[in-house]
Design a binder for this molecule. Structure first.
Ligand code: DON
Length: 527
């Protein structure tokens, strides 16, 4: 079964599984297919995180996150008065981190691949060559994007000004680039013509990425974060994503409250989960960043006693003000568009992968001649202490810009086991809201006994410490008792139309059940 953000990508993944490929093979094919049919987030010019569980229970995690270029510096987004220059970390050539996706896919294939590499890249090339039809959502998204960014992107050279549902798109330059990747793997992207076009794109337009940056980029196998929630083993992404650590914190704090008795979207459960989310995000801002640069206090942050102390702050009858919430005191002696897909193969291997250009269509910059979009992941750094990034997240020293450093992420590809067996695979886009959406989807299934479709499609809420507000999906009625009572407790509410697109698989009684998020075109494809 494959659950992804685009029907064509889900189909390609399932075809690979039918041919005898495993979940890792399908992962690679889906990632490349999304780079063609889902350009707002699918990518070869971005990065991501991959969590894998083999059928023998062995787990791994791959970090193919972008890196800051070698020439990057902490004040690169500040003017001479130390003020942040608007949009420089978002919509300029300086917004681009060194892409990690292609190296990541090669690394996954080297470790787990069963089918030949060529067969995994070819379906994406075919889509780019033969064209594919736009869904209504995708047509609207491209139209909106063209309008939004015409001043500082060159996407209109590659995509038409206006699309209708059912229009076909052909992407010949992207096809040529993918063909290089098919034939030369890593070298097809980080060396040769494609690399040269990328470096030229940077040189001509004041960007920083050089051939040396491309040569020195390597994705890294990391130890996944493993924790327990009641009978469930939770396997999730480690730093430089904050996802696994924060998810662990939230679940471990939640374990102290009878959420099942409180009930789904009851005042008590929403209040408690909101307060837990606040406490976790305060720790994120202070303590987390790229583990290759500092020793981060991961273990202390996930320590049960520490978390028990943290929840002492929670009051059951009123909301904590964010200004009264701070990162915990640790004993430090111890050393707007992403996409997720979940895959389980017939052998019982499971893959959970979240990948992104950061913002929708990333920096909006297409590499001249090479036809692929570049990320604007540099904005995930804390570009000035306390200055919010595009998701409103704040940070400090731990996540400051440094040469070759990876920017802190919230991506949370996750796998759950129950009684030693695969139970659930899930993840989502949504910047900072990723972590809380994964947290709530797990609670929906485990505590509120929802089937996966319902769990994924229920309305969600989100608090990230700052700004001091609960973002609440409009599916929760503004005049509901829940909302009125939350306000009475002192919570600030901000209603948003939709958050996240959670794509998940659950294995129950030896059967697979898919949950595709109806907020998008997401599709469960299986055989
Ligand atoms: O790594 C991160 O946390 C962000 N760059 C993810 C961006 C994202 O999820 C956008 N989706 N709507």
């Amino acid at each position: 079964m494959v659950v992804s953000a685009h029907p064509l990508a889900s189909e390609i993944g399932v075809n690979i599984l039918k041919k005898g490929g495993n979940a890792a093979d399908a992962t690679i094919a889906v990632q490349f297919a999304l780079a063609v049919v889902y350009p707002s987030a699918g990518n070869i010019g971005g990065g991501g995180f991959f969590v894998y569980r083999e059928n023998n229970g062995h787990c791994s995690a791959l970090d193919f996150r972008e890196k800051a270029p070698l020439m990057a510096s902490p004040d690169m987004y500040l003017d001479s008065n130390n003020n942040v220059v608007k949009d420089l970390s978002l919509y300029s050539h300086l917004a681009v981190g060194v892409p990690g996706t292609v190296d990541g896919m090669v690394n996954i294939h080297n470790k787990y691949g069963q089918l030949p590499w060529v067969e995994l890249v070819q379906p994406a090339i075919d889509l780019a060559d033969n064209g594919f039809e736009l869904t209504k959502r995708e047509a609207d998204k491209l139209n909106r994007f063209n309008k939004r960014n015409n001043t500082n992107n060159n996407i209109s050279e590659y995509y038409k000004d206006h699309y209708l549902e059912g229009d076909s798109i052909f992407l010949p330059q992207l096809s040529t680039t993918l063909t290089q990747i098919r034939d030369f793997k890593r070298s097809g992207f980080y060396k040769g013509e494609v690399a040269q076009m990328l470096v030229n794109e940077m040189k001509i337009n004041g960007g920083m990425i050089t051939q040396e940056d491309l040569d020195s980029y390597h994705s890294i196998w990391r130890k996944p974060i493993i924790s327990y929630y009641k009978d469930y083993k939770v396997i999730s992404m480690s730093l430089p994503s904050s996802g696994g650590i924060l998810l662990t914190q939230m679940l471990k704090m939640a374990e102290h409250y009878p959420l099942r008795d409180y009930g789904f979207h009851s005042l008590k459960s929403v209040h408690v989960m909101t307060e837990i989310e606040k406490l976790s995000f305060a720790d994120r801002a202070k303590y987390l960043g790229d583990p290759d640069f500092y020793d981060f206090p991961e273990k202390s942050l996930m320590d049960s006693l520490y978390l028990l102390k943290r929840i002492n702050k929670i009051k059951m009858d009123s909301a904590l003000l964010s200004s009264d919430v701070h990162a915990g005191e640790l004993n430090l002696k111890e050393s707007e568009e992403t996409t997720h897909f979940s895959i389980v193969d017939k052998y019982g291997n499971a893959s959970s992968l979240t990948t992104t250009l950061n913002g929708s269509f990333g920096s909006g910059i297409v590499v001249g001649g090479a036809g692929f979009l570049l990320n604007n992941e540099m904005d995930d750094f804390s570009i000035q202490p306390g200055y919010p990034n595009m998701y409103g997240l704040v940070g400090g020293e731990a996540n400051s810009v440094e040469p070759s450093k990876r920017m802190l992420s919230s991506m949370t590809p996750t796998i759950l086991e129950k009684d030693g067996k695969l139970f659930m695979v899930l993840g989502t886009p949504g910047g900072s809201t990723i972590i809380t959406a994964v947290f709530q989807t797990i609670i929906n299934v485990v505590e509120y006994d929802m089937d996966i479709d319902q769990a994924v499609n229920s309305p969600r809420f989100h608090h990230q410490w700052y700004p001091d507000e609960i973002k609440m999906e409009k599916g929760i009625a503004k005049d509901s008792n829940l909302v009125l009572q939350l306000k009475a407790m002192g919570h600030q509410l901000n209603f948003v139309s939709s958050m996240n697109r959670v794509d998940a698989v659950v294995l129950k009684r030896n059967k697979l059940f898919g949950g595709a998020d109806k907020r998008g075109d997401d599709l469960v494809s299986s055989y």
